[in-house]
Design a protein around this ligand. Structure first.
Ligand SMILES: C[S@@+](CC[C@H](N)C(=O)[O-])C[C@H]1O[C@@H](n2cnc3c(N)ncnc32)[C@H](O)[C@@H]1O
Length: 311
């Protein structure tokens, strides 16, 4: 079976987990299974729990990783539910967790999933196919205001207003059903030289909104801190600034031991620092990796470690 996904920042992310004997590790984003396999190969005496909400990813990774079934448990669920799902497996504490966020190369390369603005497929973009709302519903039913705000908030697209307006006027003639129809509408709505970037940003915005990517990430990070053993690590690879900002802010907040306003004479907040930030600046992939794997181009790796409350 072909493993479509070339794992991004593989050595950097797996070594950041500081894997040790008898540890329990979670790969929150199984995808093609590349990172999970490297985690499993790094130590014989560990257990790994791997999550994905995409049934296709689960199906293929189960096959790819079939030789590891005594050490690996694959769970089809959103990582927002990791705490509940792990406790059903009688796991209360873990020693490290990896998030390799976003969409997989496998998902992007399948036109019928609707993630790619250059492959013709239905406007779908659901990572979990059992979910009802799809990109089609957003594009055809959201108001001009809703579309504009969504494109700006999750795509950081400056031409959001023009693009939303053109979508609304086009869909009055005929429903917008395919990725290429939407691509063409974006292309025709702006004069800028950055049409390709605009398409990427609008598709990204719809995907993030539809799959609630930022909210579920915040929930999972919070739960991860709670269930990590002391000195256990959270390792996150993100691919765009909205994701990276959410991770950075979360780590910074958790690392703080006081959140009182600066003019308070003494601390009254009782905030406890729960994380040590390992790398203040994100780790970036090497030029060599970017040359070999263009997906790595926008990757940023952040690492934080659970600290003892008395440190
Ligand atoms: C970038 S890929 C991971 C690739 C993987 N590290 C590998 O080596 O092949 C991201 C995967 O995470 C999954 N995913 C994204 N958000 C998720 C969430 N909230 N819950 C569970 N899985 C999620 C996607 O379905 C996708 O398969």
């Amino acid at each position: 079976m072909k493993n479509y996904h070339v794992p991004v920042m593989l050595n950097e992310s797996v070594s950041a987990l500081k894997i040790h004997d008898d540890g329990i590790y979670v790969d929150a984003t199984l995808g093609g299974g590349g990172h999970t396999k490297a985690i499993l190969d790094s130590n014989k005496n560990i257990k790994v729990f791997a999550f994905d909400q995409d049934e296709d990813a689960i199906y293929e990774a189960r096959n790819y990783l079939k030789d590891y079934s005594n050490k690996l448990t694959i769970i089809k669920d959103n990582f927002a539910n990791l705490r509940t799902r792990l406790s059903l497996e009688r796991i209360k504490k873990i020693d490290g967790i990896l998030f390799d966020l976003g969409v997989s190369s496998h998902q992007i390369s399948k036109p019928e999933r609707g993630f790619s603005f250059s492959l013709d497929g239905k406007l779908d973009m659901r990572m979990d196919k059992s979910q009802k709302l799809s990109a089609y519903d957003i594009i055809n039913n959201f108001s001009y205001e809703e579309l504009k705000n969504l494109f700006f908030e999750f795509g950081e697209e400056r031409e959001s207003s023009k693009i939303a307006k053109t979508i609304v006027s086009n869909r009055m003639k005929k429903k917008i059903s395919t990725t290429l129809e939407l691509s063409e509408i974006i292309e025709n709505s702006i004069f800028s030289r950055h049409k390709l970037k605009a398409k990427a940003r609008i598709f990204q915005a719809i995907r993030i909104y539809l799959n609630e990517e930022i909210e579920v990430l915040k929930t999972a990070l919070k739960d991860a801190v709670d269930i990590l053993n002391f000195e256990g690590r959270i390792v996150v690879i993100s691919y765009h600034s909205i994701e990276d900002r959410a991770v950075k802010k979360f780590f910074q907040y958790q690392a703080k031991s006081c959140i009182c306003p600066p003019n308070f004479p003494k601390c009254v907040c009782e905030k406890v620092s729960t994380l040590t930030i390992i790398n203040k600046k994100p780790i970036l992939p090497s030029n060599d990796e970017i040359l070999k794997n263009s997906k790595a181009r926008s990757a940023k790796l952040r690492i934080a470690e659970k600290r003892r409350s008395d440190e």
